[in-house]
Design a protein around this ligand. Structure first.
Ligand SMILES: Cc1ncc(COP(=O)(O)O)c(C=O)c1O
Length: 472
């Protein structure tokens, strides 16, 4: 597969038509890749190849079981290799997604004993997705490094925090790229600072891995990334698998978070000897299809070249920002430093005649129903970051939930690019946003029970096979 060809050939479904409110059909423009990506064609093909041979793994003696066991373990090798993990010292643990991976690590790190005073902390930031914040809060004391008004991590504050708590930090936990601003903090520099303060570092790679090469680097490199969490569904392998990569030594000790079949070496009437990593942390029958899909996705991305993926995305991001800046009534939330490193995630608002933001729920609905453009709106599971970006008090998002009976909360619109996005997608987005900013909708929109706007007319067409999936 080549990046130089039509990028729409890379994934399944990039040319699918969807109905609009007026009954027309248009190509669906998916600019919600920060949430989930479609499968690469190579991934879908591999899954089709695998399914006729699908069988149990690990304990099955039959041909198919042995094949699936090998395919599962090869997937593990592929994931480790893609991120530069040390095959001897590191282990790749498959789980559901990034949230699962981070919770696994939060369980595994030595926990402060309940009720005992401790000075030990986890250092994280207010820019994190809730998945890289709440597991740490649940575990013990957390220090949250503050942000600049544009949502960038305050690196001076990070440095000072690491110095202040040096020797007492269980972990530094940061996102490799923000799911709201797209900003990319200097993860290897942060790793060096963390190590100098005696702490390991976790990079939540959910948003960085699909856009940039990540190399965790050798263990003796001061800029080494100790732990990395990723999601397959954000990496063109939406089959329910993610991974946690980290030192084998961490996962070879202690009881696992989930206990049961597959996690043990031996069970006696009153005792258990746990299996070594990674089995200890992969309770129950694993998601073989998901793991194989993730392995194939990473092999395919490696063949495309992540540097080339990043360069192509940078060109497209530049074009998208240029196009959106030219639209009257659009406010882009831009980094204070125009040269700041960022992935293809574009937060914005549409403003009315008085310069007030139009309800983000309505804009997102109009983009979908009137233009066939799929983006995301809301707070993106990052309330502290949204409060900063929208200049609200720290509890500013929550305060709104009691203020408006229709469920409105402040939020943003977010368009996000994938490796198959192209200039036509950007043109469609910019034209759609321009039309929405200029003209009121010809349709009347009503809020549904989920807090989403729908127009008063819905063609509701679906191909018969999809209709079958919704029959109940
Ligand atoms: C930065 C970041 N971390 C973690 C997550 C959680 O990922 P998942 O839902 O795959 O567990 C997301 C999801 O959007 C994310 O953007």
């Amino acid at each position: 597969m080549e990046l130089s060809g039509d990028p729409k050939d890379l994934v399944v479904g990039a040319r699918e038509l969807v109905p609009l409110a007026d009954g027309r059909f248009v190509r669906y423009v998916n600019l919600d890749n920060a949430a989930s990506t479609p499968p690469l064609v190579a991934v879908a093909d591999a899954v089709s190849d695998l399914l006729p041979y699908y069988a149990s793994v690990h304990r099955g003696a039959g041909y198919k079981s042995r094949f699936c066991t090998e395919a599962y373990e090869v997937a593990r090798l592929r994931v480790g290799r893609f991120f530069g993990a040390d095959p001897e010292r590191d282990v790749v643990i498959f789980g559901r997604n990034t949230t699962d991976a981070i919770n696994k690590l939060a369980h595994r790190l030595p926990t402060p004993v309940d009720g005992e005073p401790t000075e030990r902390v986890v250092v994280t930031t207010l820019a994190e997705h809730h998945s890289n914040l709440l597991p740490w809060r649940a575990r013990g004391r957390v220090v949250q490094v503050g942000l600049r008004p544009d949502g960038a991590i305050d690196l001076d504050q990070m440095k000072a925090t690491l110095l202040r708590h040096a020797g007492r930090i269980d972990l530094v936990a940061v996102s490799g790229a923000s799911n709201v601003t797209g900003l990319v903090p200097p993860i290897h520099e942060l790793a060096s600072w963390a190590h100098a303060a005696g702490a390991p570092i976790l990079v939540d790679g959910a948003q960085l891995a699909p856009h940039r090469p990540i190399d965790v680097r050798p263990h003796d490199d001061p800029a080494h990334i100790d732990y990395l969490a990723i999601s397959g569904h954000k990496l063109y392998a939406p089959f329910g698998t993610g991974a946690l990569i980290g030192p084998r030594a961490t996962f070879d000790q202690g009881a696992p978070e989930y206990q049961g079949g597959g996690t043990v070496d031996t069970v006696t009437p009153d005792g258990v000897i746990w299996a070594p990593a990674p089995d200890r942390d992969e309770a129950g029958s694993p998601n073989v299809v998901g793991a194989v899909a993730l392995g194939v996705a990473l092999e395919t991305l490696a063949a495309l070249g992540m540097d080339r993926v990043a360069a192509a995305e940078h060109r497209l991001l530049t074009a998208a920002l240029h196009a959106l800046r030219a639209v009257d009534g659009v406010r882009l939330l831009e980094p204070a430093d125009p040269a700041a490193d960022r992935v293809g995630v574009i937060p914005f608002e549409v403003l009315d005649d008085r310069g007030e933001p139009v309800d983000h729920r309505l804009v997102a609905a109009r983009l979908a129903h009137e233009h066939g453009v799929g983006i995301r709106n809301g707070c993106f599971c990052a309330h502290p970051l949204l409060a900063t970006l929208l200049d609200l008090p720290p509890d500013g998002i929550q305060a709104w939930s009691t203020r408006r009976s229709d469920g409105f909360r402040p939020g943003l619109l977010r368009a996000s690019l994938g490796c198959y996005s192209d200039l036509d997608d950007i043109d469609r987005l910019a034209a759609a946003v321009a039309a929405i900013a200029k003209e009121p909708s010809p349709w009347t929109y009503q809020l549904d029970a989920d807090g989403q706007f729908n127009p008063d007319t819905r063609p509701g067409w679906l191909p018969p096979r999809l209709r079958e999936l919704l029959r109940h």
